[in-house]
Design a protein around this ligand. Sequence first.
Ligand code: NAP
Ligand code: GLV
Length: 313
Amino acid sequence: MSLLLLGRWSDAERDRWLQLLQAELPAERFLLAPPTDPAEAAEVEAAIVANPEPGSLIGLPNLRLIQSVWAGVDRLLQDPTLPPEVPLSRMVDPAMNEAMVHTALWAVLSLHRHFFALARQQREGLWQQPEQRRAAEVNVLVLGLGELGGRVARALAAQGYAVSAWSTRPTEQAGLRCLAGEAALQAALAEADVVINLLPLTPATQQFFSAARLAQMRRGAALVNLARGAHVDEAALLQALASGQLGHAVLDVFAQEPLDPGHAFWQHPQVTVLPHCAAQTDARSAAAVVLANLRALREGRPLAHQVSRQRGY
Ligand code: NAP
Ligand code: GLV
């Protein structure tokens, strides 16, 4: 049997993955392109993928696992040819989890302590001390209470912030105000000083931050989007910033990536742009996650981090 390694990655990234996997599986056969020969295609047992081109996983009759090295599988699921019967697992990488917590802490601290505004003040040579609030006086709402959102919410609560977290299923977690449902969401949006988006991109969450949703937020609040660009109506966001409905946006992800050089976000004084780097997969720790799932597959144990095709995450 063989393992197919496919993705929209540079040769160096792909070689890094290959090296890490081969170090643990020296006898394994790896394919680096979709097989064209039917006999070779029949040998493929698992595909380790980084958002490969649509259609790349057609015609693999013995494929038993699609392992994404991305946490979000929205792009993979947009491929109508993705074999529906093959289990799909997504990446849950300890290094990525840690990085996301760091990015969220930085964003909330920067907003709470006015560090974005102070950086602007420095450029203007302005000496002006801002109001200092306690963390407990800052309401943070985290949308999504999963692997990333859950860790981010708990880390913020540990810093003393007043944290609410919203998810599909009602749940309880010490130190967090856990919410579910539209009414609870609207009430929390109206109170939150900072809203952090860590929802998966699904048909239910496309354009989640519409003009109407942005209007439900507390006036002057900040939006931190660390999930997907398509969660946000970008024109409505610019409008909300212009009207003062929103005070600031920290954006790691965009409708179009890389962000167009002429996009209004780049020079906007109330927007902080990151190049989709809030939390990257670290091949060193992520390879161990992939190998553990391959072992589970071969030993007939349950696969980790399986995606529900029905829910889309
Ligand atoms: P996850 O573990 O699957 O968690 C998703 C959470 O969202 C769950 O709490 C789920 O609720 C909730 N949810 C899903 N749909 C919902 C809806 N319609 N309404 C309310 N809550 C909903 O995902 P994760 O690992 O935390 O990752 C979240 C997303 O982060 C990924 O999908 C990806 O797009 C993004 N991401 C971005 C970066 C970056 O660098 N910017 C890096 C990695 C990932 P239930 O628990 O009730 O199901
Ligand atoms: C990054 O955005 C990921 O989904 O892994």
